[in-house]
Design a binder for this molecule. Structure first.
Ligand code: NAD
Ligand code: FES
Length: 279
């Protein structure tokens, strides 16, 4: 069992937890994810890692209550436990592998949309710890849905935009990126993490602007080990599994329309059966 040391609601239906998981905390790097089960009968829930503390042996997760399992997860309190925490899964971010002197010469921008803001945090923090500056654009529908603002301010140059203009800049992340570019921020590298539709349109814009772009894909996952095929994607015309080949991919090569169609199919029983038959 994996003890929950802290559990807080960050905003409506989005909660943060610090969980005791020493082996995962020892090994994980920015970009990787976990699969958890709330109890022994529970479904597996893939979650991105928001932060980790190797000395304390803890990992931090941020999740949105959108289905039965995540609602059950959101009801847990400090002192409760999770039945399973499996990870770290997937490949670490390519940024962790790059030569630091080369990275320092690059102008890097992260685009963090909604709950996708959480997995951007460990990457920005890792860069700061290694002496690399970056810009982060957080996009949220409205002011109340902006998360982790104070923590981001300590590790990056932060730009916030809200769809309704209630806080920061006004409009979606693509508008903020275009405006920052027009204001003279000629970015060399972009990482976009958030809803698929956001990543699709960020990639459309960065392709026009000529900015290489990495996205973190979060399709439906089941086993997280490359065996079940649930997280299948097409990237550059090739079949890839987000759980073992990703979750990060070259955003200009991802077939987002196919990925979004598969997500829609999973929302119906009939669709789930259809996809199972294809696997
Ligand atoms: P949201 O719908 O509130 O969108 C967040 C921001 O994305 C918006 O404020 C806007 O700036 C931008 N955006 C949305 N649609 C856009 C478009 N068409 N063009 C340009 N920009 C657009 O986000 P949410 O409700 O918090 O998102 C939840 C989704 O994020 C879920 O589907 C979840 O699976 C996904 N998610 C993804 C990851 C990941 O690793 N990729 C991690 C966590 C959550
Ligand atoms: Fe099963 Fe990726 S989740 S192959």
């Amino acid at each position: 069992m994996f003890k929950i040391l802290e559990a807080n609601e960050l905003t409506t239906n989005i909660f943060q937890m610090i969980v005791e998981a020493p082996r995962v905390a020892q090994a994980c790097l920015p970009g990787q994810f976990l699969i958890i089960r709330v109890d022994e009968d529970g479904e597996r829930i893939p979650l991105t890692i928001c932060d980790y503390d190797r000395e304390k042996g803890t990992v931090e997760i941020v999740a949105q209550a959108i289905g039965a399992e995540t609602f059950k997860l959101g009801k847990l309190k400090a002192g409760d436990s999770l039945a399973d925490v499996v990870g770290p899964l997937g490949k670490p971010s390519d940024l962790c592998e790059e030569n630091l002197e080369d990275l320092k010469k690059k102008k890097i921008v992260f685009i963090a949309g909604g709950v996708g803001t959480a997995p951007v945090y460990p990457q920005a923090k890792w860069l700061k710890e290694h002496g690399v500056d970056c810009d982060v654009i957080i996009g949220a529908k409205t002011k109340d849905l902006v998360i982790l603002e104070d923590r981001f301010k300590k590790v990056c140059n932060l730009h916030i935009t809200t769809d309704d203009g209630s806080y920061g800049r006004s409009g979606m992340v693509t508008k903020a990126l275009q405006d920052l570019w027009d204001e003279g921020n000629k970015y060399d590298h972009c990482v976009a993490i958030g809803p698929m539709i956001m990543m699709k349109f960020v990639c459309k814009l960065t392709e026009e602007l000529g900015i290489p772009t990495v996205v973190s894909m979060n399709p439906i996952m089941v086993d997280g080990t490359g065996m079940c095929g649930a997280c299948r994607l097409t990237v550059g015309g090739e079949v890839k599994f987000a759980c073992v080949d990703g979750p990060e991919f070259d955003g200009h090569k991802v077939d987002f329309d196919q990925a979004m169609n598969r997500m829609k199919l999973y929302k119906t029983e009939e669709g789930r059966l259809m996809l199972k038959a294809q696997e």
